[in-house]
Design a protein around this ligand. Structure first.
Ligand code: GDP
Length: 476
């Protein structure tokens, strides 16, 4: 009777659902690189008919409509698109940043370019966007390291450069611990907390360091306070741990971290991706100086390694899909005048090349770009004597100070953004770059009129170029 019909319907639904191709697009980057803003702007522009002339399906007017649907993975938090749009568009505030993994399914209906395309896909594509902290990718090298190796590497790093000062308290505490003494939970907590405080300090504004594993120490997700996150490196003492000792406890927790946290994350998420975008805030690192830039390069190398399915990878055998395209994009290009965009892209290319050289060849096609997912500024020129200086104009967020003036969040101002070096190698050298470059946080902009002249969407810089590289080929 009816039940049978319903069952048949469901089967038919499932079957037709299976025919709609899906692609899993990973969006990552270190904290505050711009993941949340990127995903929100991308989805908003596709749903609301934004200006995307460099995205071929839009350019050729084949994109019929885009809308959100329930995501396929019930166990993963949903990306908070609606509340982020409310912040960005209605309040003109930046939304809360990524703290853990989340997912969103965007369905796009289009007119296939070829008869084959129509037949195979029905002109529909599910894009499952997966947002996750880049910090978590930096854990991959841990899979190949014992607790001893992890400790040696972590402590050596803690003693180098400007890290040494920040790690002093930790190094002293760790040096005072007897690894052979009985396991002591409060002490383990103190070690972990002090170690986290050191990692956190490395991350602060003026230092802006990037390579700070274990990734969950800075971005714990829902595991904060669990034993798998309550460990820290200890100096080499006994070769083997006595059962019940401090060292045995640390080893066990480190192993738990790998098996309960790192491996499942890679297995359930990273190895199922088809495409990946890595966002970097290159200007933030450049403002902090060459040590931060080198550190960003090293982090990027560790990140690129994660997308290499080939032999020699710690993930061999885990891959369910193959990431065949990786886009590394410098965000917040609206903080620069467009005359400086080619220099910014040269810098990203240099960073990525350095990373690829370190990580070895990747199987994927790697592209670089400078973009602004949300363009908060416009450009103008200011006359200074006989010179015409390129400036950017925007509304600084409330409380920003420029030349002694505190802004109220309502007033527009012109800012001379400073010059980037023409030779990318200069970012690795000590220079007056930081003084040259003025970094102001602007409020999100008002909406602009979209391609069809009717709808309103978020202005951006080269978001469409990013889209074309990441998914454009799937609309054949
Ligand atoms: P996440 O930690 O990677 O999720 O970073 P967010 O997306 O939250 O971005 C962090 C901050 O960077 C935001 O609060 C903004 O201040 C700034 N930001 C991100 N994307 C843009 C952009 O496209 N333009 C401008 N002007 N600022 C941006």
């Amino acid at each position: 009777g009816d039940e049978a019909l319903i069952a048949l319907d469901t089967i038919a639904d499932r079957a037709s659902g299976l025919l709609v191709p899906n692609m899993r697009l990973g969006v990552t980057g270190l904290s505050r690189a711009g993941k949340t803003v990127f995903i929100t702007a991308l989805v908003h522009n596709l749903i609301h008919g934004g200006r995307l002339p460099l995205f071929e399906p839009v350019h050729s007017k084949r994109l019929a409509r885009a809308y959100l649907e329930p995501q396929p993975d019930d166990g993963v938090p949903r990306f908070g698109y609606e509340s982020h749009v409310r912040d960005l568009v209605e309040k003109r505030d930046w939304p809360d940043s990524t703290r853990a993994i989340s997912e969103l399914r965007l369905t796009v209906e289009y007119e296939a370019a070829s008869g084959w395309g129509r037949l195979l896909s029905g002109g529909k594509l599910h894009i499952d966007i997966v947002d996750y902290p880049g910090e978590w990718l930096l854990d991959l090298p841990l899979l190949g390291k014992s607790y001893r190796e992890f400790s040696d590497d972590a402590l050596e790093l803690a003693r180098t450069g400007s890290r040494a000062g920040l790690a002093a308290e930790y190094l002293e505490l760790a040096g005072s611990v007897d690894p052979d003494a009985d396991a002591d939970e409060p002490l383990a907590e103190r070690l972990a907390d002090t170690y986290k405080a050191y990692l956190q300090a490395c991350r602060n504004e003026s230092l802006a360091l990037s390579t700070l594993p274990p990734g969950r120490f800075l971005m714990p997700g829902d595991l904060d306070g669990s034993p798998a996150l309550t460990f820290a490196p200890l100096p080499a003492e006994p070769d083997s741990a006595r059962p019940g000792s401090m060292l045995a406890m640390m080893e066990r927790r480190y192993d738990s971290y790998k098996t309960l946290v790192v491996k499942p994350f890679f297995r359930h998420h990273v190895t199922r991706l088809d495409r990946q975008i890595v966002l970097i805030d290159a200007m933030h690192a450049m403002n902090a100086g060459p040590e931060a830039v080198r550190d960003l390069e090293r982090a990027l190398a560790d990140i690129m390694l994660c997308f290499r399915p080939g032999s020699g990878s710690l993930l061999t055998g885990l891959w369910k899909r193959t990431i065949d395209r990786v886009l590394v994009a410098a965000t917040k290009a609206d903080h620069l005048h467009h005359e400086d965009h080619p220099k910014m892209e040269a810098i990203v290319r240099r960073l990525v090349q350095g990373a690829i050289d370190r990580a070895g060849v990747t199987g994927a096609q790697v592209e670089t770009l400078a973009l602004a997912a949300v363009r908060a500024t416009r450009e103008a020129t200011v006359k200074e004597g006989s010179d015409r200086l390129p400036v950017i104009v925007g509304t600084p967020v409330e409380g920003e100070r420029i030349d002694g003036v505190t802004f109220d969040g309502e007033t527009e101002t012109a800012v001379f953004p400073g010059d980037l070096p023409g030779n990318p190698e200069e970012i690795f050298r000590e220079s007056d770059l930081a003084e040259n470059h003025r970094f102001v946080r602007f409020r999100p902009p008002r909406l602009e009129t979209g391609d069809n002249g009717a709808t309103l969407s978020l202005p951006h810089i080269r978001l469409d170029k990013a889209l074309q590289f990441l998914i454009g080929d799937r609309f054949a």
